[in-house]
Design a protein around this ligand. Structure first.
Ligand SMILES: Cc1cc2nc3c(=O)[nH]c(=O)nc-3n(C[C@H](O)[C@H](O)[C@H](O)COP(=O)(O)OP(=O)(O)OC[C@H]3O[C@@H](n4cnc5c(N)ncnc54)[C@H](O)[C@@H]3O)c2cc1C
Length: 601
């Protein structure tokens, strides 16, 4: 059976040293994140995930969710008890506003916990994860009455939330939504339609499920401009806040899918269900995007989480499994064979995973800090800067983080050889679970287009220029340093390639938008690789400072520096190749007509 231990040492390094959370103590919420509190979240949160959630990950995968005749759904054995423990310990409330019963701590700590939960049990993590997204949308767009009615119970975990966008005929293109919302004349609406693939759509973990549903009102424009957002509780809520009558929404079936078996993916049939408008009519997509942006960062974290847990198990296996001899001569001559850890090809996979997971963790937690700063930074200018940066980085965290996270998970499966393909070893589950993160919350193709088609051009390219400047400043500061100079130069070269690719888009995509579409995926990966390189340069600097100050954890900081060097050597060169692919444009990619794709006579 696979095991999981939360990466507490690395997380402490990031939170305390790289991000220096304590230095934000003057901002609301941060003052409560004292070193003791931060340490308790990391230690106790990690323990909870390892001891309560990880042990039911594989059994949950094997058992899956069960839909019963009456449309109810039960989660696998142990999930309800684990969810109760999760709720009672308040793990879901860390970064939620105090006003609604949350602890008001920085999102950084919420994200720390999200990673641990998802590594331990991704399917479990989706129940509170979707609830968090629904909470964000209600906080941003709900009326005071809606907030008071739903948020305290959602924050406490008594009720959970879902997001309902997808329908059989529309996934990416939400303009094609058919679900209808007819005004009932009393301020409520009658919601009718079919939603598919709704995660956590029906289950037995909470007393009520608060669905946020996209639908169209009569006469609304037949496009994304005609979508409105509604809150539709599974059980109507009585005036005193208690759970009332069953609403007209039922689970028609649950999907049999590749992974995340313990999360119920439901077809939800809305049959005249009572719902209430959230935000303005026809402005539902904007409201839903608040939820999706929060969720996209969480999904990026899922890429990291599966890479991390797969990596931990692969390292243990590589140290234990003996096959062949080291190329340089037997490492353990007294044994019949050396551990596979000695083989450079196995090391290649493990180092790749280590460099990705630690770099991605740094990026994700910095992203979470930016989310905090968008709300809490002292000046309007600082808040706007943080907002622009996280807006730019969100598709990179989601798209690159999950593409690479999946690749790492399969490489860690590869370390197990044939055993990686056998279910009982658990590596295949990590690969299967990681795969969905590339698909939902907007496919990675859509993330790439969001980055290149929208974010790069926004406000005359202000966000990407700010990004170039920030990376460039850190490079300049490190360039003359004996240790860091070579790393900074390698990163500077890669950044130059990214700038050239950006320029190529500017010069070519206007005349032929297919050039943008053809290169967007490559650009997203270029930016992912450069951004992680930036994180590694920053981490290397912190490690160097710690080593100079006579630390008693030398091995940790030396490993950071060595991994940073590895990253610059082995990840950054891909940027040049990706740039060349991007600059090849769309011509050969779009050259063939439909008939040419047929392989039959
Ligand atoms: C397990 C699971 C859980 C899910 N959970 C939820 C949930 O909780 N709530 C919810 O509402 N939905 C959920 N979804 C739906 C998910 O978000 C959609 O499947 C996803 O957005 C893609 O939509 P689609 O499947 O219709 O694919 P399509 O939109 O048909 O896309 C097919 C392919 O075409 C590409 N494509 C489409 N349009 C474009 C374009 N304009 N530019 C470039 N490429 C394009 C896509 O990238 C993809 O490769 C879930 C799906 C799954 C499988």
């Amino acid at each position: 059976m696979p095991t999981y231990t939360a990466p507490t040492r690395d997380t402490r390094f990031l939170v305390n040293e790289l991000l220096d959370l304590a230095s934000y103590g003057n901002l609301p919420g941060f003052e409560m994140a004292s070193p003791d509190v931060t340490d308790a979240v990391i230690t106790e949160g990690g323990k909870f995930c390892a001891e309560v959630l990880a042990p039911i990950n594989q059994s949950g995968d094997q058992e899956g969710c069960t839909r019963h005749e009456d449309g109810s759904v039960t989660t696998p054995k142990g999930f309800k008890e684990a969810f109760n423990q999760f709720r009672e310990a308040g793990w879901g409330t860390l970064a939620q506003p105090e006003e609604f019963g949350g602890q008001g701590l920085p999102h950084v700590l919420g994200f720390v916990m999200e990673e641990f939960i998802s590594s331990a049990n991704q399917a479990f993590g989706m129940y509170p994860g979707l609830t968090n997204g629904a909470i964000s949308a209600l906080i941003a767009k709900g009326t005071q009455e809606q907030k008071e009615m739903y948020l305290p119970k959602m924050v406490s975990g008594e009720w959970t939330g879902t997001m309902n966008l997808t329908e059989p005929q529309c996934g990416t293109d939400l303009g094609m939504i058919r679900t209808k919302a007819e005004p009932k004349g009393d301020g409520s609406y009658s919601i009718t339609g079919t939603k598919i693939f709704i995660s956590a759509g029906e289950h037995d973990l909470s007393d009520n499920i608060i669905h946020l549903v996209l639908a169209k009102t009569p006469g609304a424009p037949d496009s994304t401009k005609g979508i409105s957002l509604f809150v539709v509780p599974k059980f109507l809520v009585n005036e005193d806040g208690s759970v009332g009558e069953r609403n007209g929404v039922m689970c028609g079936s649950i999907e049999h899918k590749m992974g995340i078996h313990a999360n119920s993916t439901c077809v939800l049939n809305y049959d005249g269900a009572t719902g209430w408008l959230v935000g303005e009519e026809n402005k539902g997509l904007a409201a839903m995007f608040i939820m999706m942006n929060a969720a996209r960062l969480g999904v990026g974290m899922q890429g990291l989480s599966q890479a991390e847990v797969a990596y931990q198990n692969a390292v243990a296996y590589a140290l234990d499994r003996r096959q062949g001899r080291a190329l340089t001569g037997p490492a353990e001559p007294e044994a019949q064979a050396d551990p596979i850890f000695v083989h450079p090809d196995v090391r290649r996979m493990l180092m790749d995973a280590k460099a990705f997971t630690e770099g991605m963790r740094a990026l994700s937690l910095w992203g979470a800090l930016l989310v905090d700063l968008t709300h809490k930074a002292q000046t309007e200018e600082e808040r706007a800067e943080a907002d622009a940066m996280i807006g730019l980085l969100t598709p990179v965290i989601k798209g690159y983080g999950t593409d690479k996270g999946y690749e790492v998970a399969t490489n860690m499966q590869q370390v197990f050889g044939g055993h990686g393909y056998i279910e009982e070893w658990g590596m295949s589950q990590f690969v299967r679970d990681a795969r969905i993160a590339q698909i939902y919350e907007g496919t990675n193709g859509v993330q790439a287009m969001d980055l290149c088609g929208r974010k790069l051009a926004q406000k005359g390219g202000a966000a990407i220029q700010a990004y170039f400047k920030a990376v460039g400043d850190d490079i300049a500061a490190a360039k003359d340093d004996d240790d860091l100079g070579a790393m900074a130069e390698a990163l500077e070269k890669a950044l130059g390639q990214q700038q050239a690719a950006t320029m190529w888009f500017m010069q070519n995509a206007m005349q032929n938008p297919n050039h943008l579409g053809a290169g967007a995926h490559h650009y997203m990966h270029i930016m992912g690789i450069v951004t992680l390189g930036w994180m590694w340069l920053r981490m290397a600097k912190v490690a160097q400072t710690a080593l100079a100050s006579d630390t008693d954890d030398k091995a940790f900081y030396e490993a950071k520096l060595a991994t940073a060097r590895y990253y610059m050597d082995r990840f950054l060169p891909d940027v040049g190749a990706l740039r060349r692919k991007l600059e090849a444009g769309a011509d050969t990619l779009m050259a063939l007509d439909e008939a040419a794709f047929s392989t039959a006579a």
